[in-house]
Design a protein around this ligand. Structure first.
Ligand SMILES: Cc1cc2nc3c(=O)[nH]c(=O)nc-3n(C[C@H](O)[C@H](O)[C@H](O)COP(=O)(O)OP(=O)(O)OC[C@H]3O[C@@H](n4cnc5c(N)ncnc54)[C@H](O)[C@@H]3O)c2cc1C
Length: 51
């Protein structure tokens, strides 16, 4: 199934789920494309705002 989708739509791979990756994904969320976001963590973390 995923292979069939990948053949008909552009596949955008975003490396890093920091602010850059997060905003890229949000900007492209309604685009007719397949998005894969890759990060070493499974969550967004901006440590300076943890306090
Ligand atoms: C203390 C502090 C305060 C700041 N305050 C402000 C502010 O007030 N306003 C402002 O505009 N900017 C501020 N900045 C700057 C802002 O945080 C950065 O400009 C912004 O986070 C850069 O975005 P980025 O997506 O390039 O990197 P990041 O947000 O750092 O994201 C990088 C992502 O890549 C992932 N990653 C890294 N290496 C790998 C790997 N090998 N494999 C997989 N994933 C990986 C990380 O897990 C992370 O999710 C501040 C920065 C700091 C340190």
């Amino acid at each position: 199934m995923a292979e069939a989708v990948a053949k008909t739509r552009p596949h955008v791979v975003i490396i890093g789920g920091g602010f850059g990756g997060l905003y890229a994904a949000k900007t492209l969320r309604r685009a007719d494309i397949l998005i894969t976001l890759v990060d070493r963590r499974n969550h967004h973390l901006f440590q300076p705002l943890l306090y």
